[in-house]
Design a protein around this ligand. Sequence first.
Ligand SMILES: [Fe+2]
Ligand SMILES: [Fe+2]
Length: 213
Amino acid sequence: MSAADDALADAFFEARKADLERRLKPKRFRHSLGVSQTAETLARTYGADVSTARLAGLLHDWDKCLDDQAIRDRARDLGTDVPDLVLQAMPQLLHGPTAARALAREFPQIPPEALSAIEKHTAASVDMSDLDLIVYVADVIEPSRSFDGVDKLRRAVGRVGLEDLFVLVFQHSLENLVATGKRLHPDTVDVWNHYVERKLKREGTPSGAAKGR
Ligand SMILES: [Fe+2]
Ligand SMILES: [Fe+2]
């Protein structure tokens, strides 16, 4: 990017940051800044585009200010294609997809790679790009997060590959949802199996079905 492009990207980033501060509660705004900074660090570590990563991290929770009904209405208005179970029972999982669509409409200059990462940061997916993985991970390990095991996840940055890092973080999220009796997104099993299969292949471990009891 030229110096002029950099200045334009910086101005756009600062303007959306100001928008975000008006949209979100202070704690959520601080979280968004943390995700942006962490996504930037991860992009440097794993060779992704730093400017796109920090923008996607900043904007990933753009729609987190909406309550359940407002999210449902927004998903319908934007034509977001979602399973009925998600729409009815876990509408908050739609804040990624609705944000990506709304931002694309309002700010056509946002790169599609950033919109993809914003869309997938809630439920993940089986076809995630490096940037998608980075924003997913940054959302969980940014500095204001504090939960048992977060330091272990942070220490893995740069020590394991990006997909292995995502698997560690996704595993943590999944364990936490089950442990606290929460519902799972219908795609979660597919996502888990997809990335575990790839990890086993990377490790040269024979793939096998789960053992029966
Ligand atoms: Fe989110
Ligand atoms: Fe978030």
